[in-house]
Design a protein around this ligand. Sequence first.
Ligand SMILES: Cc1cc2nc3c(=O)[nH]c(=O)nc-3n(C[C@H](O)[C@H](O)[C@H](O)COP(=O)(O)OP(=O)(O)OC[C@H]3O[C@@H](n4cnc5c(N)ncnc54)[C@H](O)[C@@H]3O)c2cc1C
Length: 456
Amino acid sequence: MAVDCVIIGAGAAGLAAARELIANGLDVVVLEARERIGGRIFTHRDRGIPVPIELGAEFIHGAAPQTAEIVRAAALASCDISGRRWQVIGESLRPADDFWERLDSVMRRLDPDRTPDRSFGDFIKRKPGGRRLAANRRLALQFVEGFQAAEPARISERALAAGGSPRGDVRERRIGRVLDGYDRVIEWLAQPLGDRVRLSAIATRVRWAPGNVVVEARHADGRTRPTVEARSAIVTVPLGVLQADAGESGAIEFEPELRGKRAAIDLLAMGAVVRVVLRLSERFWASDWYAKQVGTRSLDTLSFLHTGDEHFPIWWTSYPVRAPILVGWHGGPGATAIAQLASEQIEDLAIVSLSRQFSIPPRKIRGLVEAAWMHDWVHDPFSRGAYSHQRVGGSDAPAQLAKPLRGTLFFAGEATEAGEATGTVHGAIATGRRAAEEVQRSLMTRSSAARRGAAD
Ligand SMILES: Cc1cc2nc3c(=O)[nH]c(=O)nc-3n(C[C@H](O)[C@H](O)[C@H](O)COP(=O)(O)OP(=O)(O)OC[C@H]3O[C@@H](n4cnc5c(N)ncnc54)[C@H](O)[C@@H]3O)c2cc1C
């Protein structure tokens, strides 16, 4: 029997949509390719340390009302990151208290209405702000590569102007963490769903006509799973999966094709990120021996460290929780190359980077590292990258991708978020709720049309 809606993907968007539909009395089935829910929220727990280890999303960016509301409803602990940013200049460590102001001095010069659109790289080449802002432009380039995970030569100026940085808004500059782990947000979303979520169900083909959808799926080992028939579908798979060629693992064949979506899909890009979490035997940056080496005790509250390192330019701690954890991050084009390496080689690069940036011999750092964790999002067939951004000319692409087809196929997921929250957890949740509303409206319209037809 056909259900009201089949949802493809049990990440933040898919689960938010399912929860909303169930709350409104609709019947749903969620198909999830992996053996777990959560998608790009992937929390690991280790008995040796007091904080959860995030392998995917970690931060709550800005006010993030959708996440804040779940944190409240689920009685989760969250905190703002209150520590201090530092940067490495030459061989020395210096506070970077003016990070946001310096970034904004460049980002506020972006033009949201630029016609024709151009790349951030071309914008920077024009040297906005002149010689005075040369160092700030380097910082902005590093930010766009690192946090947007984008190639400066391809990312859209218009899109970045509209939502690429928090600008002067202090609420949007806030960065927080779910202390209980981001997976608790996912668990809360999934709570009422029970066995409506089918794990290890890789959707392979979607046959659809107005008012009817049939989804074929298979197990990871190739065995077919029962098809699901529904009156509507919400597709929440990552952009990377929508871009995958037919026959590639995770790719979905749509019959008829997603006409009208191809241009939007091509104007969006999936960014690459490599992220390494290291558990150390001590918080060496706050130790007496390190304070003596660098001549300051102020690193005790270190939150982020910005460096010019070619492999891991950004590092952060778990501050304000004092845990012996360091996370190394490389976003953007360089991350694609690093992601080709074996995990032991990536760990080695991270250790060498730490050693360079903190001026500590590699052997000593190696002796401090007790464990390392990472997840290869670039080659994971069910993400095919970290998160999306808009290419030149693509500032409208998320809205185009989000548009329903014939009141039957609906689209959610971070890449369909048309506002400032593309590439975030709260953006993904918002799109799931938006798609759920669209489904309800469409089903209601269809029911009343059918009733009218019966009465005539
Ligand atoms: C390393 C990293 C760090 C990040 N850091 C942050 C951060 O600090 N803060 C933040 O807000 N955001 C962050 N993000 C982004 C954030 O994780 C995502 O924007 C958000 O989780 C996306 O949710 P989604 O539901 O759109 O997609 P997903 O979570 O990817 O969910 C889609 C689901 O579809 C499933 N799927 C794929 N193909 C198929 C198929 N064929 N059949 C069935 N199911 C399929 C996938 O397995 C997945 O579960 C980060 C992402 C990464 C990778």
